[in-house]
Design a protein around this ligand. Sequence first.
Ligand SMILES: *Cc1c(COP(=O)(O)O)cnc(C)c1O
Length: 375
Amino acid sequence: MIPFNKPHLTGKETHYIYDAVNSGKLSGNGKYTKKAQAFFEEKFRFKKTLLTTSCTDALEMAAILLNIVEGDEVIVPSYTFVSTALAFVRQGAQIVFADSRSDHPGIDETLIENLITPKTKAIVVVHYAGVACDMDLIMQIAKKHNIFVVEDAAQAIDSYYKGNPLGGIGHLGVFSFHETKNIISGEGGLLAINDASFEERAEIIWEKGTNRSAFFKGEIDKYGWVDTGSSFLPSELISAFLYAQLEHLKDIQDKRIRLWNIYFENLKDLQNENLLKLPKIPEYATNNAHMFYVVTKNLEERDNFIRHLRENDMHAVFHYLSLHTSKYYLKNHPLKSLPWSDEYSNCLVRLPLFYELEEKQVNSICKVINEFFNK
Ligand SMILES: *Cc1c(COP(=O)(O)O)cnc(C)c1O
């Protein structure tokens, strides 16, 4: 069976973990945490970054930093992972779900302005499959209405909008290093703080509501409880693993992009013949090859397609169930129609894509796909 995903080890992970163990410093904010954060600040020019134990945690930090309180409204695409919405719900926010674009699962930027009310505090955009939303348009709308923008860049490491790294454009950006992402640490995440006014408070929230970071930098004599927060920082063991991965970022991205291009070349005739839809990369966006997906005509075809691949020992999977149709959301909200979000829930299929996947395996997957749609 060709699996859907396989976590890739670059080689130095256990070496750096061993080094961290030997150093006697296992808790967070040590050498490897600082090395990993410095990597992001240098490579992507993020002003300030903090490693977290997950992207979910980074989103929770964002919700706290933006002072989201009971009754605030937050605009979120429905076609996303639970955490994009949940982190804000935990602070008491009302989530206002937006539909996807017809040509991409990301938020339809043209619908945002109609969803804004005097209670709107933030827009959370998701760069689905690592492909940028139209950030100029989103930032313009946010500025006009004086609301914050959080980029859920969980899938978008090393991907760009008009040359600017994703996660570095909104007021805050968040990344994931879950084992299914391009760069991994099992579980793990990062908060990018792009608006300097959040920097000081972010470190406090990160360190259980204490000013411990300032203390260790010698900025204050004693540290104590000064704000809300939690234990959002990862242990050095996780950071050491992550740092080994970051050293191989280019190699990992190059390989993924090569595989992605083989998929695209081998399947584009099917798209030309209107038999399925392939990912679209807009002019302003780059492709970090986080994912290769196809969109089938309907739910029945999707199920048959996944079954057909499985019969050929190839594991393909569908993705999000629209959050506006989730059991949790429907408890307190009426069912509304978001047609594109529902379409992606029903018809989008993700194909195997991971570092160790071989080019000839991609070719054989494409052969099976071509046979399925041309039958
Ligand atoms: C993976 C993912 C998350 C959650 O990341 P964790 O690190 O598992 O918390 C959130 N949002 C999106 C869009 C994701 O793809």
